[in-house]
Design a protein around this ligand. Structure first.
Ligand SMILES: NC(=O)c1ccc[n+]([C@@H]2O[C@H](COP(=O)([O-])OP(=O)(O)OC[C@H]3O[C@@H](n4cnc5c(N)ncnc54)[C@H](OP(=O)(O)O)[C@@H]3O)[C@@H](O)[C@H]2O)c1
Length: 278
């Protein structure tokens, strides 16, 4: 039996026990949505959900490791039994592959010497995990009157930015895992959008402004200093270099109705021009 008889908006965020995922959960509960805190560590998920409830939000923990198909399907079953549908899926869970070192020190990702297993692990979480979770949640999303999916990408996914010898990432070691995984995620997002366009399911990739990754010394539920900014990852106009359909600094993502910004032009407020963060 479903807990909600009227249409209560339900959002599920992967990796929501800390960092950007948790900050996003705070914002969505503040908007009155029911937020499912998907976390691979059940205790961390419960702690984050409890903190949001204590602040007046409607939040519930769901155990979900994006690399573990059994937990992905179990989470989908749980959402179905308790809520019957899903309105918003945020594929936020992600790893750099280099652990908690800063991008300046990620020498273990240099392409010519990288451990291929590390690259596999990053793609497993940042790309294949997104496919697994999206497809498992799709039947529930199809029951929403306005389904939305957001994939957390990165400015490091931009081939324009990363191939610029004077660009914001020019001072960082080249990486074989993280940036390529987010570029693949952008490509995947476009392919899903192409498939979903006729169904009215809106899917976008968003790159957050730089936020410190949750340090290993903080609890598994610690929030970040700031929430993400929306950033469009759609195909660009060959003429202007801006996302297709944009005519100014602010673009409307094709088919999505969500306002975001092109990945060219001056750095956004709060984004370090030194490029020391991905
Ligand atoms: N921070 C930035 O400046 C920045 C910039 C660009 C893009 N991003 C992207 O934004 C997203 C969130 O970043 P963040 O800075 O908030 O990272 P974070 O603080 O390191 O948090 C990552 C979250 O993902 C979870 N996670 C990792 N692997 C998982 C798996 N296999 N299954 C389920 N959950 C998993 C983590 O769970 P545990 O607590 O169990 O480890 C944690 O909850 C990522 O996709 C990241 O690539 C961040």
């Amino acid at each position: 039996m479903n807990e909600h008889t009227t249409h209560q908006k339900i959002a599920l965020i992967t990796g929501a026990n800390k960092g950007i995922g948790r900050a996003t959960a705070e914002q969505l509960t503040a908007l009155g949505m029911t937020v499912l805190i998907a976390a691979r560590n059940p205790r961390h998920g419960e702690e984050a959900a409890a903190a949001l409830r204590a602040a007046g939000g409607d939040a519930h923990a769901v155990t979900l490791d994006v690399t573990d198909p059994a937990t992905v399907q179990a989470a989908a079953n749980q959402v179905e039994e308790r809520f019957g549908h899903l309105d918003v899926l945020i594929n936020n869970a992600g790893i750099t592959g280099s652990g908690q070192v800063s991008p300046e020190d990620a020498y273990d990702q240099v392409p010519s010497s990288v451990d291929v297993d590390m690259v596999r692990a990053v793609f497993e979480t940042n790309v294949f995990g997104v496919i697994a979770v999206t497809n498992a949640m799709l039947p529930l999303l199809r029951r929403s009157p306005a389904p939305r999916i957001v994939n957390l990408s990165s400015h490091a996914a931009s081939l324009t930015i990363t191939s610029d010898p004077d660009g914001r990432f020019a001072g960082l070691p080249p990486v074989a895992a993280y940036a390529p995984s987010k570029a693949a995620l952008n490509a995947l997002t476009v392919q899903y959008a192409n498939e979903f366009r006729k169904d009215g399911i809106l899917i976008n990739a968003a790159a957050p402004a730089s936020a410190p990754r949750t340090s290993t010394t903080t609890a598994g539920t610690a929030p970040p200093r700031r929430a993400p900014r929306s950033w469009c990852a759609w195909p660009r106009s060959a003429r202007t270099g801006r996302p297709a359909g944009s005519s100014a600094r602010t673009a409307r993502c094709p088919g999505s109705g969500q306002v975001s910004r092109p990945t060219t032009g001056p750095a956004q407020p709060g984004y370090p021009t030194s490029g020391n963060r991905r």
